[in-house]
Design a protein around this ligand. Structure first.
Ligand SMILES: [Zn+2]
Length: 222
């Protein structure tokens, strides 16, 4: 095994997806970049206008984390999905999900699937499922192709996501009703809020959002 790994490192050097430094084949990112991931943010659980029961995030959307997420979304560094699933499983250890929870993800549109070639959040969810033993189920689907969100204001976005997502009830009814909804970045929250709304209307008992990064401090808005 060791000989094979040494040979791989020598003949097919692997590089850090963020900074490009040469790394060993059993590493996901280089040591320097790993050290720059901020510690777990202890802020959690928002109440009020939200349809979900709690929000947990691993880091602020800034610095190295925002570079990682952009590298993953736009350069197809799928090895980063493993890193993100590790970060989310750390978040599960600090804020444990309710018993018998199932993991699901915000679905992407068919158009973005065609461009990217993969559903980037679902891939993280599937790896997180392997790591934690909690099942991953594809419960949500995009039911209407609205105008692209790019370029629209925050308030327009809120109405654009209205009616965009549907629930596959046959999948939801296989669960205990405790849903973990994962996403990469929490920005305005309009997308996960709409997903939580349709999940609750379809009968979900609880919806907890676990996200890698939070784009701003939501408490500023409270
Ligand atoms: Zn690096």
């Amino acid at each position: 095994m060791c000989v094979l790994k040494d040979a791989l490192d020598l003949f097919f050097p692997k590089t850090c997806p963020v900074c490009g430094n040469v790394i060993s084949h059993d590493e996901l990112i280089c040591f320097q970049c790993r050290n720059e991931i901020p510690p777990v943010d202890m802020e959690n659980s928002l109440k009020g206008k939200w349809h979900f029961d709690g929000l947990f995030h691993r880091a602020k959307y800034e610095g190295i984390i925002s570079e990682f997420i952009r590298a993953y979304k736009y350069s197809q560094h799928s090895s980063l999905a493993t890193l993100f699933s590790e970060l989310l499983s750390e978040l599960f250890q600090i804020f444990p999900p309710l018993p018998n929870s199932v993991i699901t993800s915000v679905p992407i549109t068919f158009d973005s699937f065609k461009v990217k070639g993969f559903d980037h959040v679902r891939l993280i969810g599937e790896k997180l499922s392997n790591k934690t033993g909690l099942p991953f189920l594809n419960i949500l689907e995009v039911i209407s192709q609205r105008e692209k969100q790019v370029g629209s204001s925050k308030y327009e976005r809120r109405s654009l996501v209205n009616g965009k997502y549907g629930v596959k009830k046959e999948m939801l009814y296989k669960t205990s009703g405790n849903i973990i909804l994962i996403d990469d970045v929490f920005t305005t929250g309009s997308t996960v809020n709409e997903c939580a709304k349709v999940l609750k209307l379809a009968g979900a008992r609880s919806v907890y959002v676990y996200t890698i990064a939070l784009a701003k401090n939501m408490r500023d808005k409270a």
